[in-house]
Design a protein around this ligand. Structure first.
Ligand SMILES: [Fe+2]
Length: 414
C-alpha cells in the first residue's frame, strides 16, 4: 500500500519500462546482453528494445539469471537469526500477529508482544520497507540493506530468539509498492526472503512464499495457511485520473476472468490444504479480503478471485476459521456472510507495528465507512492477539495498542 514517504517515481518508470516488454530484442548473445542489462540497473532496457537484431523471447527472470549468479558471489544475504521451532503437538491457546514494520522506525512493539507470551507470532507482510530508497537496481540493494538493518535491532533479535515465527510478505518486502507477479526481480526478492526468514525446504523449492502448518493434537489442530498475494498476482487496474479522484485509493475492480491473485498452482495447493482435517483454520492474507470499502490494494481489486476464496472457505463450520490480514496501517475486525449466506466469515486486520498513519481514531473511522467492519478503524500502532478457548470453542480477537491497551475485542464461537 502506498504511503506518502515511500513513493519511487523514477524507479517506477524504469520498472514499468521493463514490465512493458513482453519480449526483449536481444543482439546475437542474449545472455551476455541480459547480463549487461542487469548490470546497468536496467535503465538500458529501452535502448536494447530499439536494436534491429533478431527477436528472442526471453523472460526478464531468465535474462537476469546470470546476473544473480554473479551477485550471489559478491554480496552477503542477511539472516534474521535463530528462531525456536513450534512443536507440532503444541496445544495453541494464544497467538499474536502484526504487519507493517519499518526497519528504520522504533522497535518498541516487540517487547509489548513478548509480554503477552504468545505461543507463536505471525509476521504477515511489509515486514521491512525494502523499497525505501530503491534505485531500480535488479539486485534490490535497498531490500537487502533493510533486512540487514532489521536483523541488527536487539529488540527484534531477542523477540525472534524467544517466539516461533511464521512469515509471509507484502509489497514493501517484495520489493516495490503495490507490485505483483510482473515485478521482474521477484526471484531475487524471494531468495532474500527465504534466506532471511529461514524458509522451509518446501517453500524454497517452489515459486512464491506460501506455506501451511498444522499444529496441535487431534481435536485441537490449528491449521495455518499463509498465502502469497504478490508473486503470482495479475496487474492491478488503475482508475482513470480525474481531478476528483476517490480519496480511498485509485484501483478499480479487475473483472477479467483470467486475472488472478494466487495463481493456479497456489489455488490448487490451497484446495488440497483445506481438504486436510483441522479443528481451527487461520488463513493469512497480507492484504484485506472482506472489505470493499476502499480502492487501495485488497482482494476487492479482483472480485472474482475474492468470491472464489470465500466460496472455498465456506462450509467449514465444523472447523472454525478466521482470516488475518494487514497492509492498511490501521487495524479493525470485520464480519461478512459467506457467499451461501449461511455462515459468518471473520477477518481480523492488524497493521501497523510502527508506521501509524493517524493518531485520530475517530477521523480514521469516519474516513472509511464500512458495513462489514464491526469496530472502529485504528490508524494507530497495533498488534493482534488471537486467543483460543478449546473447551468453549471460542476464538477471541483482541486488537492491542502500543502500550498493550486493548483497542477492540470480539469473540465468536464455532
Ligand atoms: Fe502493503
Amino acid at each position: 500500500m502506498t504511503t506518502k514517504t515511500l513513493r519511487q517515481p523514477a524507479a517506477m518508470r524504469h520498472v514499468r519500462a521493463l514490465i512493458a516488454m513482453t519480449e526483449i530484442k536481444m543482439p546475437r548473445f542474449p545472455l551476455l546482453a541480459a547480463t549487461a542489462l542487469a548490470a546497468a540497473g536496467l535503465a538500458a532496457a529501452p535502448l536494447l528494445a530499439q536494436t534491429s537484431a533478431p527477436t528472442v523471447s526471453l523472460s526478464a527472470e531468465d535474462a537476469l539469471t546470470p546476473y544473480y549468479d554473479q551477485l550471489r558471489q559478491r554480496v552477503t544475504l542477511p539472516v534474521a537469526g535463530p528462531n525456536p521451532a513450534l512443536s507440532p503437538v503444541t496445544t495453541l491457546t494464544r497467538i499474536a500477529f502484526g504487519s507493517c514494520n519499518h526497519h528504520l522506525a522504533p522497535q518498541h512493539m516487540w517487547a509489548q508482544i513478548a509480554a503477552q507470551s504468545p505461543q507463536a507470532f505471525l509476521l504477515i507482510g511489509d515486514n521491512v520497507y525494502g523499497d525505501t530508497g530503491w534505485n531500480a537496481d535488479a539486485g534490490l540493494e535497498s531490500l537487502r540493506a533493510a533486512y540487514e538493518k532489521q536483523a541488527s535491532h536487539p529488540e527484534f533479535r531477542d523477540f525472534r530468539a524467544r517466539f516461533p515465527m511464521m512469515v509471509t510478505w507484502d509489497d514493501h518486502d517484495y520489493g516495490l509498492n503495490d507490485a505483483g507477479g510482473n515485478f521482474p526481480f521477484k526471484r531475487w526478492a524471494k531468495e532474500l526472503f527465504d534466506t532471511f526468514w529461514g524458509s522451509s525446504e518446501e517453500v524454497r523449492a517452489r515459486p512464491g512464499v506460501y506455506e501451511s502448518r498444522i499444529i496441535g493434537p487431534e481435536g485441537q489442530r490449528v491449521q495455518f495457511l499463509l498465502l502469497d498475494t504478490r508473486y503470482f498476482r495479475s496487474d492491478l487496474k488503475r482508475a482513470e485520473w480525474t481531478r476528483e479522484r476517490a480519496p480511498l485509493g485509485s484501483y478499480v475492480p479487475n473483472t477479467d476472468p483470467a486475472a488472478t491473485v494466487l495463481g493456479d498452482e497456489q489455488w490448487r495447493w490451497l484446495e488440497q490444504e483445506l481438504a486436510k482435517p483441522a479443528d481451527l483454520r487461520i488463513v493469512v492474507s497480507s492484504t484485506q479480503v472482506l472489505t470493499e470499502a476502499h480502492q487501495f490494494e485488497g482482494w476487492t481489486n479482483f472480485p472474482l478471485e475474492r468470491a472464489r476464496l470465500l466460496t472455498m472457505l465456506e462450509g467449514r463450520a465444523q472447523s472454525g476459521l478466521v482470516i488475518l490480514s494487514g497492509d492498511r496501517h490501521a487495524g479493525a475486525i470485520y464480519k461478512d456472510k459467506a457467499p451461501g449466506g449461511s455462515e459468518d466469515i471473520w477477518e481480523f486486520t492488524s497493521s501497523s507495528l510502527n508506521l501509524a498513519f493517524s493518531s485520530d481514531v475517530e477521523a480514521s473511522t469516519k474516513r472509511e465507512p464500512d458495513p462489514r467492519r464491526i469496530t472502529k478503524f485504528f490508524g494507530i500502532e497495533n498488534y493482534g492477539l488471537v486467543d483460543i478457548d478449546w473447551k468453549a470453542r471460542t476464538l477471541t480477537m483482541s486488537l492491542m495498542g502500543n502500550t498493550s491497551n486493548t483497542l477492540a475485542q470480539h469473540s465468536f464461537q464455532w
